[in-house]
Design a protein around this ligand. Structure first.
Ligand code: GRF
Length: 250
C-alpha cells in the first residue's frame, strides 16, 4: 500500500457465502483498495460463511439478526438501527452491501446517504426490486429472452434497487444457459465490479485515496481525458464495462 494513502474504514454487510466480501478482502490485502480498509463485517444470518471469511482475515465480524418477534416494518427498522450503531462505532466512511438480503430502513439511510452501495446481479433497472434476488433474477432474465445480463453496483436509496448506478459489468446470455450457469458467469464479474464500485465511490466522495488502482480499464463512463462524463444536471454517467465475448444467442 502507498504509505501516504489515508486510511478509509468501511463496513460490509453480508448474508451468505461472501465471495464478494472475499474479493474486497483480497483487494485490500494486495493494495488495490489504496487506504480503504474493511473495518467491520456484519451478517444478518447465522451460519453465513462470510463471517468465517471475515474472521480468517482478522476482521471484526458481528452477527446482528432480525428480531422475529417484531412486525415486518418494525423488524427492518430495529435491525437497521442496531447495524447503524455498530457501524458508527467503527467510524466507517461508507457501507457496502455484498449479498445482504435484509432491507435497510430509517436513520441509517439518512446518516449514510450516498454512502451505502449494493451489488445486484442484473443490469438494473431491469430485474430489480422487491423479491428480485438470487436465482429468481437469472430465471427472469432467461424467461424474458434477454441477450445480455450482468451486474450493477449502485448507491442505496429509500427504494429497492433504485439508487443511482455507479457501474455495470455485462455478460452475454448464452444458448443453453440455466439460471445457475448464468449466475456463475455474472458472479465472476461481480468480484471485479464490487472492487471497482468501492474505488468509484471513494473517488466520488472525494475521500482522497492515493495509490488506489482501478481493477479494470476500458469504461464508457469516462471521457477522452479520463474525466467523468456528466449529464446536463451534472450527474455522473455510470461506468459500463462491456465484455469482449460476442453474444451468440439468437
Ligand atoms: C451476489 O450474487 C450478489 O449480487 C447478490 O447476492 C450474491 C452474493 O454472493 N446481491 P456472495 O455471498 O458474495 O458470494
Amino acid at each position: 500500500m502507498n504509505k501516504q494513502a489515508p486510511v478509509i474504514p468501511f463496513a460490509v454487510l453480508v448474508s451468505g457465502n461472501g465471495t464478494n466480501l472475499q474479493a474486497l478482502l483480497d483487494a485490500e490485502r494486495s493494495g488495490r483498495l489504496g487506504g480503504a480498509r474493511v473495518a467491520l463485517v456484519i451478517s444478518d444470518r447465522s451460519g453465513a460463511f462470510a463471517l468465517e471469511r471475515a474472521k480468517q482475515a482478522g476482521k471484526e465480524a458481528l452477527l446482528i439478526e432480525p428480531d422475529k418477534t417484531l412486525p415486518k416494518d418494525e423488524r427492518r427498522r430495529d435491525l437497521s438501527d442496531r447495524i447503524l450503531a455498530a457501524v458508527q462505532k467503527t467510524q466507517a466512511e461508507f457501507i457496502v452491501l455484498a449479498g445482504f438480503l435484509s432491507i435497510l430502513q430509517g436513520p441509517i439511510l439518512k446518516n449514510y446517504e450516498g454512502r451505502i452501495i449494493n451489488i445486484h446481479p442484473s443490469l438494473l433497472p431491469k430485474f430489480g426490486g422487491p423479491g428480485m434476488y438470487g436465482e429468481g433474477v437469472h430465471r427472469a432474465v432467461l424467461e424474458a429472452g434477454e441477450a445480455t445480463s450482468g451486474c450493477t453496483v449502485h448507491i442505496v436509496d429509500q427504494g429497492t434497487d433504485t439508487g443511482p448506478i455507479l457501474l455495470q459489468r455485462t455478460v452475454p446470455v448464452l444458448p443453453g444457459d440455466t439460471p445457475d450457469s448464468l449466475a456463475e458467469r455474472i458472479h465472476h464479474e461481480e468480484h471485479r465490479a464490487i472492487v471497482d464500485g468501492v474505488l468509484e465511490l471513494i473517488r466520488r466522495l472525494g475521500l482522497g485515496t492515493q495509490g488506489a488502482l482501478p481493477s479494470e480499464s476500458g469504461t464508457t463512463g469516462t471521457g477522452a481525458a479520463g474525466q467523468p462524463v456528466k449529464d446536463a444536471e451534472g450527474t455522473e454517467a455510470p461506468i459500463i464495462h462491456q465484455p469482449t465475448i460476442t453474444n451468440q444467442r439468437k
